[in-house]
Ligand binder design. Sequence first.
Ligand SMILES: *Cc1c(COP(=O)(O)O)cnc(C)c1O
Length: 338
Amino acid sequence: MNLGAYARLDALPRERLGFLPTPLVEAPQLARSIGLPQLWIKHDELIGFGFGGNKVRGLELLMANARAQGADVIVTGAGAQSNHVRATAAAAAHAGMEAVAAYWGEAPEQAQGNLRLTRLLGAQTRFTNNADRAQVDAAIAGIANELRAAGRRPYAIPRGGACALGVLGHVLAARELHRQCAANQLRPGTIVLAVGSGATLAGWLLGSALLGAEWRIEGVTVSRPANEVRARVRTLAAEAAALLGVPAVIAESDVVVHEGHIGAGYGVPTEAGDAAIVLAARAQGVFFDPTYTGKALAGLIALAGEGRYAERGPLVFLHTGGEPALFAQGARVSMSAP
Ligand SMILES: *Cc1c(COP(=O)(O)O)cnc(C)c1O
């Protein structure tokens, strides 16, 4: 166990946003429905700040850094239903700062779900009118420059909070779960999570390596091809390791990412994802979301059906949040009785 690295991490300034640790709760009916011997859910959607989710963890370090740099406005971006932008807008308001968001595509006629919350939080929302998601990166930089020229002190956060400091929030999450498991005498064989930008998976892999944890971590990609994810995760983990002064310990081959569950595209619901959402709600009373956790659960259901986890001990599903998307048009989860 590399406690030196964690000691350095603990010494970094953090803005306390989440109520930690998030709950670790067994989900026996869902386990039975899926055919898993034991399933636990690590409830980061219940992190207790700004409608929750994994992004809050990275923001604790990023917002402290913004404060240290004297920032007065946070600039970030993604798609209109971004959980990351919504959580960032809440963190900015909480810190007494402003927020500006760059979104790909065109402004929807009605602000629903996360976009509605982001505007409620007072963030300025700007649309690129370009469907290319990568254009958002240039828009973030452009808005930051514009604000600087106007005498403001902007702090830019990349899409998903996918940067070394953001990754460190998830390195802390790995230790949090490790401690909870020790306290519960639980020895998970596998941790499963949804993967978008890869920051969360990078942090969990790095943290688990530093802890010497015995569990395996498996991602289900909901956005990019698995090959691209593996390379990104490796780079992000290496950058985060460098901040802690430890060698880059994650090889691309250590990054397990399952694909085949994206469907028509990022943020577009799938039938299997919707069915997984309905199953989790009715079997266990837990809400999953159509963009990330529902598709990841659909992936888990498919993999469990192949017998992949039969001999691997308890499984922990990391619930990364995202439920506000259930309140947006386009989330077409059937509400009808079975
Ligand atoms: C962003 C997000 C993820 C994926 O996290 P990354 O660090 O971008 O891979 C998973 N679930 C939810 C609900 C998210 O908002």
